[in-house]
Design a protein around this ligand. Structure first.
Ligand code: FES
Ligand code: FE
Length: 380
């Protein structure tokens, strides 16, 4: 028996309130999503100067824009005058500036205040001082990552180090040339479940035999409940009669040139805390980004990324999209099945992690450490 009263082979999950309590969700918004590097958008969504996208990061709306010098800038989407939401569209393009719809303060693509009614008669309103408030930005794998922390942690020591801990190195991902791949398909899922249920589900494959008939055909070892991320850098091998990572195991597309022989015919799954899943197969990459919008609701944007020629040449990607789209729907259904029961009094102390799920316990310990909660409400 351990100190939790459970036998050694079982580990307690988080208690139910961690999936239902708005106060715990607020702590996560503040100490996780608004403090860590957050994968916000595909850089190609901001193709040319003036292109913009807004995303919710924790409790904040962030405005991403491609500036004149070609770099991506990020700002709090809040007018510096009286706080109106500057940009209400999810994406679009402006010619050269953002204008607040309230009193028409106008900001350049670099965030500087460039115009306002009577600005010349208001010498105390400095153009830089009252420019938009910047957010730290970094591009990696063709995605724009932002960090809302006042003093952002180093990207290398946080994000990259996390990947190395999960996969053994970072080159194994970079060989898939993810930054140069193009979006063949994006599907946005509105999942009525807490974001941690989605992560926990992604980290284990104990459920694969029950809910993923197509995936276990392609990756037979998953039928044994093998955890996708149980071994550092473990890639699940395609079945011997499987030709590609497609819904029916039929032929896929050309292999991404950088993928090694060792990585060929294998599927790798990596979680990048706090809200990204990367799935690598020889001919494409599937990348999930979660946007936790409420304690019981998470928007998931999933991109299927292919070599440039595949997308431009109009090659048929539907069978590869369909495989993981089905997997996603099967997974999110399972998460939505759990969510209502998280508030059951029976789940007040949580459930258990069986041996093939023990690594999820490490995610729980990390989260509790970050948000400062203990296993039980009484101990908080
Ligand atoms: Fe934006 Fe007044 S609130 S211009
Ligand atoms: Fe699954």
């Amino acid at each position: 028996m351990t100190t939790t009263g459970l036998p050694e082979s079982l580990i307690a999950t988080l208690p139910g309130d961690h999936y239902t309590d708005p106060e715990i969700f607020r702590l996560e918004q503040e100490r996780v999503f608004e403090s860590m590097w957050f994968c916000a958008a595909r850089a190609s969504e901001l193709a040319k100067p003036g292109a913009f996208r807004t995303v919710d990061v924790g409790r904040e709306s962030v405005l991403l824009a491609r500036s004149r010098d070609g770099s991506v800038r990020a700002f709090f989407n809040v007018c510096r005058h009286r706080g109106a939401r500057l940009c209400t569209q999810e994406s679009g393009e402006v010619k050269r500036a953002f204008q607040c719809p309230y009193h028409a303060w106008t900001y350049g693509l670099d965030g500087k205040l460039v115009a306002a009614p009577n600005l010349t008669k208001m010498p105390d309103v400095g153009r830089t001082e009252y420019g938009l408030a910047s957010v730290a930005v970094r591009e990696w794998l063709g995605y724009v990552w932002v960090c809302l922390a006042e003093d952002p942690p180093s990207f290398e020591e946080s994000v990259i180090a996390d990947v190395v801990a999960r996969l053994g190195d970072v080159e194994s991902i970079e060989r898939y040339e993810v930054e140069s791949l193009e979006i063949g398909r994006r599907i946005v899922y509105d999942v009525k479940a807490n974001w941690k249920l989605i992560i926990e589900n992604f980290m284990e494959c104990y459920h694969c035999a029950t809910i993923h008939p197509e995936l276990t055909e392609v990756l037979p070892e998953f039928a044994d409940g093998y955890a996708a991320q149980y071994y550092v850098g473990h890639g699940a091998e395609f079945g011997s009669d499987v030709q590609g990572f497609t819904v029916d195991g039929s032929q896929g597309l050309d292999r991404i040139p950088g993928v090694t022989e060792e990585q060929d015919r294998r599927y790798y799954a990596i979680t990048v805390r706090p809200q990204v899943f990367i799935n690598l197969v020889p001919d494409h990459v599937i990348l999930h980004r979660m946007f936790p919008v409420a304690v019981d609701r998470t928007i998931v944007e999933c991109d299927w990324l292919y070599l440039k020629g595949v997308v431009a040449g109009g090659r048929d990607v539907s069978r590869s999209v369909e495989l993981f789209d089905r997997v996603n729907r099967q997974d999110f259904d399972a998460c939505e099945r759990c969510q209502p029961a998280m508030s059951s009094r029976l789940y007040a102390k949580g459930g258990v992690l069986v041996p093939s799920e023990h690594h999820i316990g490490e995610f729980h310990a990390w989260l509790r450490d970050r948000i400062g909660t203990r296993a039980n409400r009484a101990e908080r």
